[in-house]
Design a protein around this ligand. Structure first.
Ligand code: FAD
Ligand code: DLZ
Length: 513
């Protein structure tokens, strides 16, 4: 074997540890390495599998993708050392796996690509002598972000996004945005018309390797959240490319129109479902952007769809990562509204009676997926209105989705959804009553609560909580100009009505265990 030969001839051996979400053949640390004298290490380890009790589909997805990636690397001529979680001598953590592999293979150098989250970055930095490469799969580097941010009074997605459009030239005609507008947000808010059935996303039935992983996860993680029966995620690069092509052909053209829609009985609408593959590294963000641009150039997808999609990748995804890295590990502990409620049991058990919540919950359990508006305006909004401690909300979101990694989950939860960073990421809280949910979809027609009622047992819980949330946080919002109209409306309510609203909210909150 070439590695044995390299050791026998005292040729230096380079150890290349690759993390479970770095499954990209062109990964920075792999580029330029000599296959004959390098060992790639992939290790399924209990510490990563249990730092939170991941959804069982997330575990199966990561391990199945890691095993397929190892096969693809071997077929490409690499020497791969692979630890399975159920190997009798499996090391407990990434650091022990790296140290053991370095000793076993006589490694003279270790080279890694920086991890996504602070916890694993610290662990990488503690490996003596290791070289750590910047993760250039992302489009924006941290130093570039720091330079752009310096001296700015406010941090806003729109500014970041325009900066990136100019930097990359994506959807630009010279210095002007294509179509004369930077964003088509106002055209991306249509509710799904009756009779329009979104094309279902492709399913990737488990092959023998994935079936083995599913059995292992079922046996080793019997009490983790989530079911495995409907597992159908792409776990190889070729499946991920097929998923991307399917999205571009069948759902991208209407992605923009129904980006913010909610629809009863429709789990995925026109969304891409690409985040699990993208976050694992099976696809790169540039590939997603280029595919959407090519569809537009070919006249297959309109500008509002392509711009809306590009904004998510080039804008939001890069923006939240920069904020996560720049704000440091304590970001997840922010709690600007001083919310203290424990996470209600409905987040683990469903059965809230609210059609929107229970639909989002059921598909979270069965698919490890909910689309953005379900995460933000249903599951996140409810926790925000109920005053749940944002750290508990963060932990829940990190557990339950197949695409959940702290670098992308935490800013979305702490910043966007719970406004726990006090407005660093977004100018105003995404708080809404049942009226919003009714406007964006048809859940309310299937709900046992009355969305037109404001208080009382039969009233929509989002209505029962909304004004109480505003009242509870009056002093936090007083200095926020974007909240003044809402505060003003609250202050105009007669005192007796205010008291009735607050008593009713308290009665509802008391029913949440
Ligand atoms: P699409 O709607 O098809 O969007 C296309 C792509 O854009 C996504 O695949 C994703 O890569 C990117 N994108 C869209 N919105 C965002 C965003 N706000 N931040 C970052 N990327 C975005 N995304 C994750 O990848 N992991 C998470 O753990 C995660 N947690 C979230 C928690 C909350 C409370 C909220 C409000 C959002 C969260 N998001 C998260 C962002 C977004 O909801 C998901 O990326 C999206 O729902 C994934 O489904 P999709 O691939 O069908 O997305
Ligand atoms: C998410 C995850 C899981 C569940 N298991 C592993 C693993 O066993 N080995 C591994 O290398 N990576 C795993 N990962 C991904 C890491 O948690 C991820 O690299 C960090 O969250 C850093 O972003």
């Amino acid at each position: 074997m070439h590695i044995a030969r390299a050791r026998a001839t005292r040729t230096p051996v380079l150890l290349l540890p690759v993390l479970g979400d770095q499954l990209t053949p062109t990964l920075a640390s792999l580029r330029g390495a000599d296959r004959a004298s390098s060992v790639i290490l992939l290790a399924e380890v209990m510490e990563e599998a249990s730092y939170v009790p991941h959804h069982r589909q997330k575990l199966a997805l990561v391990f199945a993708a890691m095993r397929h990636f190892a096969e693809a690397l071997r077929a490409d001529g690499w020497h791969v050392a692979y630890h399975r979680l159920d190997d009798p001598d499996a090391p407990p953590g990434l650091d022990s796996a790296i140290r053991a592999a370095a000793a076993r293979h006589g490694a003279t150098a270790i080279r890694m690509t920086e991890a996504g989250e602070h916890r694993v970055r610290a662990l990488q930095r503690a490996i003596p002598g290791a070289t750590i490469c910047e993760d250039d799969r992302f489009l924006v580097s941290l130093p570039a972000f720091a330079a752009w941010r310096a001296g700015r009074r406010r941090l806003r997605l729109e500014d970041f996004y325009r900066w990136q459009r100019r930097e990359t030239g994506v959807l630009m005609a010279g210095d002007e945005p294509v179509g004369g507008r930077w964003n088509f947000d106002s055209e991306n808010r249509r509710p799904l018309p009756r009779g329009l059935v979104p094309p279902p996303p492709p399913r990737f039935p488990p092959d023998a390797i994935t079936a083995q992983v599913l059995a292992m996860v079922a046996a080793r993680f019997p009490s983790n959240f989530g079911t495995l029966d409907r597992f159908a995620w792409p776990v190889t690069r070729s499946d991920a490319l097929a998923a991307l092509a399917d999205f571009v052909t069948h759902r991208l053209p209407l992605f923009g129109d129904y980006q913010d829609a909610l629809a009863h009985g429709q789990e995925t609408l026109f969304h891409s479902l690409l985040s699990p593959a993208l976050n694992l590294g099976l696809l790169t963000p540039r590939e997603l952007v280029d595919s959407a641009l090519a569809a537009h150039a070919a006249g297959h997808a309109p500008l509002n769809a392509v711009e809306g999609f590009v904004r998510q990748i080039l804008g939001w995804r890069e923006y939240v990562r920069c904020i996560y890295l720049a704000e440091g590990p304590d970001y997840v502990r922010r709690n600007a509204l001083a919310a203290t409620r424990p996470l209600p049991a409905i987040y683990w058990q469903g059965a809230s009676g609210m059609a929107c919540f229970d639909s989002a919950f059921a598909q979270t359990r069965d698919l490890a997926y909910a689309h953005h508006i379900q995460r933000l305006m249903v599951l996140g909004n409810f926790a925000l209105l109920a005053g749940v401690d944002p750290f508990h909300v963060h932990e829940w979101f990190l557990v339950v989705y197949a695409d959940a990694y702290e670098w992308v989950e935490a800013p979305n939860v702490i910043g966007m959804s719970q406004w726990a960073d006090g407005g660093l990421l977004g100018s105003k809280p995404y708080a809404a009553s049942g009226a919003y949910i009714r406007r964006m979809g048809d859940h309310c027609r299937h709900c046992r609560f009355d969305v037109t009622a404001k208080t009382g047992e039969g009233a929509c819980p989002f209505n029962r909580l909304y004004w109480d949330f505003i009242a509870r946080n009056e002093r936090h919002f007083a200095s926020n100009q974007r909240m003044w109209r809402t505060l003003d409306a609250w202050r105009r309510f007669p005192p007796a009505r205010q008291q009735a609203i607050r008593d009713d909210a308290a009665a509802f909150l008391a029913t949440l265990s």
